[in-house]
Ligand binder design. Structure first.
Ligand SMILES: Cc1cc2nc3c(=O)[nH]c(=O)nc-3n(C[C@H](O)[C@H](O)[C@H](O)COP(=O)(O)OP(=O)(O)OC[C@H]3O[C@@H](n4cnc5c(N)ncnc54)[C@H](O)[C@@H]3O)c2cc1C
Length: 380
C-alpha cells in the first residue's frame, strides 16, 4: 500500500488551496451573509481547469484522476462549502454525465464552455413527492415527432438559477425505475421556467431553485442513453457524485479542525490556553482522528474509481462517515469557541449550518446505510 499522493496530486492540492485562500476564503462570510452566488469565481476556477477537471482533454477538460477531483472539492469546501457543492454538481456530476451519455454533437456544443466555467450544469431528479424514492418521480416526457414534451416540476435543483444545461429525469414509460429517461435540456428551452428559489439553513453561496416544465419541447436527440435508462444513469452518476459530497464534508471537517486548533491555542481562561484543558484538547484530538478516517475512506473510494473498480459501496461508506463526522465536529467546533463560536465573528457557526446538508443530499445517511446493508445482506 502506498498512502503518498503523487507529485501531480500534490500540485493540484497546492494550486486549488492557493486559489481558495486568495479568491474564496476572504469572501465566504460575506457571501454567506448576503446569499451571494459568486458567478465570477466559477469562470476563474474554469481558467485553472477545475470546472472541467473530470472531462477529457479533447472537450477542453483537465482530465484529472478521481483523487485529484476529491482533493479539489475538499480544498474549495474548506474555504466555502457552498462553492464546493456548486463545483461538485457541475464538475463531479453533470459534465461527467454529458461526456458519458450525450451524443457527440452535444458534447462538442456544451463541454468546452462548461469546462471554462462559462456555463454551469444542474441535476434535476428530486420532486416534491419523490426524494429518497426517486423512482416514483412524476414529471412526464411524451414523444411528439422529433421532440419530447416535458411537463412537471423539479425541486431543489442545485445551480438551476444560473445553469445553462440541466440533466432532467422524466417518465417516458410506466411506473417504476424502468419508465424513467434522462434528457440534457437547455435553459433556453421554451416551456422551461425557473420556480421558487429555496431559502435554506446553510450553504448560502450555492443556488437551489425549482424548475417548472410546462410543455417544454426538447429535441429527441437530447435523450441521454436510451429510453428507460434514466434511473440507471441517475444511480450510477450519484454513486460517483457522492464522492464529491464526501469531499465537501472532509473540507468542512478540515476547516473545523483549523479553526478549533487555532482558537484553543490563543484563547486563555483560568490563566492558561483553553487547549491545555483536557476537555477541549480531546475534542480536537477526536476531530483529527475522524478527519483522517474520512479522508482515507474518500481517497480509497477515489483510488478504486481510478483503478476501474466498482465504487458504489465504497462511495456510500465514504459519504456516510464523512458527513456524519462533519456534522458532529462542526458542533464541537462551535463548542470549543464558546460564545464566540455562536457569533458570526468566527466561521464556526457557518460550518455548523453548512455541515448538516451533507447528511441529506445525494442520498441521506439512512439511504447510504440501506445501500451498504444491501451489499452485506441482499435486498432488505
Ligand atoms: C440544499 C439542497 C440541494 C439539493 N440539490 C439537489 C439537486 O441538485 N438535484 C436533486 O435532484 N435533488 C437535490 N436535492 C434533494 C435531495 O437530494 C433530497 O432532499 C434527498 O434525496 C432526500 O429526499 P427528501 O428531502 O424528499 O427526503 P425523504 O425521502 O422524504 O426522507 C425524509 C426522511 O425519511 C428517511 N427515509 C426515506 N426513505 C427511507 C427508508 N426507506 N428507510 C429509512 N429512512 C428513510 C430519510 O432518510 C429522511 O431522514 C437537494 C436538497 C437540498 C436541501
Amino acid at each position: 500500500m502506498n498512502f503518498n499522493l503523487t507529485d501531480d496530486q500534490r500540485a493540484v492540492r497546492e494550486a486549488v488551496a492557493t486559489f481558495a485562500a486568495r479568491e474564496i476564503a476572504p469572501n465566504a462570510a460575506a457571501w454567506d451573509r448576503d446569499h451571494t452566488f459568486p458567478v465570477d469565481v466559477f469562470a476563474a476556477l474554469g481558467e485553472i481547469g477545475i470546472m472541467g477537471m473530470s472531462v477529457s482533454e479533447k472537450y477542453g477538460g483537465a482530465q484529472l484522476d478521481a483523487i485529484s477531483v476529491a482533493i479539489s472539492i475538499e480544498e474549495i469546501s474548506r474555504a466555502d462549502a457552498g462553492v464546493g457543492v456548486t463545483v461538485s454538481v457541475h464538475a463531479g456530476l453533470i459534465t461527467r454525465i454529458i461526456e458519458q451519455f450525450a451524443r457527440e454533437e452535444l458534447r462538442v456544443a456544451y463541454l468546452p464552455k462548461m469546462c471554462a466555467g462559462e456555463w454551469l450544469g444542474g441535476f434535476a431528479l428530486t420532486e416534491a413527492e419523490s426524494g429518497s424514492d426517486a423512482s416514483a418521480l412524476r414529471t412526464r416526457a411524451v414523444r411528439d415527432g422529433d421532440h419530447y414534451v416535458l411537463d412537471g416540476r423539479k425541486q431543489w435543483v442545485t445551480n438551476a438559477g444560473f445553469a445553462k444545461a440541466l440533466v432532467i429525469f422524466a417518465r417516458t414509460g410506466g411506473a417504476g425505475p424502468k419508465g424513467i429517461s434522462a434528457f440534457l435540456v437547455d435553459r433556453e428551452t421554451p416551456g422551461l421556467m425557473l420556480g421558487r428559489k429555496t431559502e435554506k439553513l446553510g450553504i448560502h453561496s450555492s443556488d437551489t431553485t425549482d424548475v417548472v416544465l410546462e410543455g417544454a419541447r426538447v429535441p429527441a436527440d437530447r435523450l441521454l442513453g436510451s429510453e428507460g435508462e434514466g434511473y440507471k444513469i441517475a444511480l450510477a452518476s450519484l454513486g460517483i457524485g457522492r464522492l464529491g459530497i464526501a469531499a465537501q464534508s472532509v473540507g468542512i471537517l478540515a476547516a473545523c479542525l483549523d479553526t478549533a486548533q487555532a482558537y484553543a491555542r490563543d484563547r486563555r481562561q483560568f490563566g492558561s490556553p483553553i487547549g491545555h484543558f483536557q476537555a477541549v484538547a480531546f475534542k480536537i484530538a477526536d476531530m483529527a482522528v475522524d478527519l483522517d478516517a474520512a479522508r482515507l475512506l474518500l481517497y480509497r473510494a477515489a483510488w478504486m474509481k481510478d483503478q476501474g473498480m466498482q465504487v458504489l459501496d465504497a462511495s456510500s461508506k465514504a459519504k456516510l462517515f464523512a458527513s456524519t463526522a462533519a456534522r458532529k465536529h462542526a458542533a464541537e467546533c462551535v463548542q470549543v469557541l464558546g460564545g464566540y463560536g455562536y457569533t458570526t465573528e468566527f466561521p464556526a457557526e457557518r460550518y455548523y449550518r453548512d455541515a448538516k446538508i451533507t447528511e441529506i443530499y445525494e442520498g441521506t445517511s439512512e439511504v447510504q446505510r440501506i445501500l451498504i446493508a444491501r451489499e452485506l445482506l441482499g435486498r432488505l
